[in-house]
Ligand binder design. Structure first.
Ligand code: 8YV
Length: 318
């Protein structure tokens, strides 16, 4: 009999979906209207879970899966899972470590270049017909800001932080970072506290884990960042005090923000829609065919390994 796997969030790659259906009995929880009834019906037979980094799995749902052996996260963030509870029950939690690093770093730089150079603004200007209406081909939009050479501050010098730094360095950007401790294998400047990092940066890029769930970017940090500087978040929305960010953007206390993640996805503070100096994405940093295929392969491998009694790669529970 094929192992039963509860799927909490969709996988968009057809080959991966086919593989999952071939190897396991997939219970598509995310498609169910009555989730409680579905759990009551299938919970006892479930041996594996597939979920996304942001979706995670609540302790309440895990508690209804008495035979659960593995939670395979189709992502790297495990902040939406109680890892201590999983460990206590001997449940393996795996993540697609390393698979999405490059894509997430690409989007961070993409958002920042878009903000600096006004790519989305320019696109709106052309598309709306405003340019065609202007008297001369000279564009009356305000001049943009140079990206190359900007002072970049990175919060979290893990895999993604390092990949962001490598890209920014190629643009001649001086790089500083903060983390729990200095890393002796990176050539960038360590700054112990976030306020000082923000104060000395033209762009602050959030690439930190959000396991503690703290809004580390608060009004004070935004004030320190300053009116000519930008905030980029490709990590987790909960790292930022969103009302404080909205206020800082509305009052011009910071120059702009590029956001792929939000505190209460898919809800985005409506005030942001009115602001030209904001670029918004619907949590898509890892959403390329190449990366999602690699992530899906890792999810399949984790499930196969655990059901075969092997220790999976990418285990975060040890
Ligand atoms: C993914 C993420 O989009 O890796 C993570 O933790 O939040 C995202 O990169 C998500 O996990 C897709 O399911």
């Amino acid at each position: 009999m094929k192992p039963e796997v509860l799927q909490l969030s969709p996988i968009l790659i057809p080959e991966i979906r086919d593989q999952l259906d071939e190897l396991f009995t997939i219970r598509r929880y995310y498609e169910q209207a009555d989730k409680a009834a579905y759990l009551a019906q299938h919970g006892a037979n479930i041996r594996g879970v597939i979920t996304g980094g942001h979706t995670g799995i609540s302790q309440a749902v895990m508690a209804q899966l008495p035979n659960l052996e593995v939670v395979a996260v189709n992502g790297v963030g495990t902040d939406a899972i109680d890892l201590a509870y999983a460990r206590d029950r001997g449940i393996q939690v795996t993540a697609t470590i390393g698979a999405l690093t490059e894509d997430v770093a690409d989007l961070a730089i993409g958002l920042l270049i878009d903000l600096c150079r006004g790519i989305s603004t320019g696109d709106r200007y052309v598309r709306s017909g405003e340019w065609a209406k202007s008297a001369t081909p000279l564009v009356p939009l305000p001049l943009a800001r140079q990206f190359s050479g900007m002072r970049i501050g990175i919060v979290g010098m893990g895999r993604v932080g390092r990949a962001v730094a490598a890209r920014a360095a190629a643009f001649g950007c001086p790089i500083s970072y903060t983390d729990l401790r200095p890393m002796n294998d990176v050539p960038h400047t360590f700054v112990a506290d976030l306020l000082s990092l923000a104060n000395g940066s033209d762009a602050l890029i959030l690439a930190a884990a959000a396991d503690k769930g703290e809004a580390i970017v608060n009004a004070e940090v935004l004030h320190a960042l300053g009116r000519d500087s930008y905030l980029i978040n490709i990590a987790r929305g909960k790292l930022v005090d969103e009302p404080a960010l909205v206020a800082a953007l509305q009052s011009g206390q910071i120059a702009g923000a590029g956001l792929d993640v939000f505190a209460d996805e898919p809800q985005v503070p409506g005030e942001l829609f009115e602001l030209e100096q904001v670029v918004l994405q619907p949590h898509r940093a890892s959403a390329t065919v190449q990366t999602r295929t690699r992530m899906g392969q890792m999810v399949v491998a984790s499930l196969v390994d655990v059901f075969a009694g092997r220790k999976p790669n990418g285990s975060v529970t040890g």
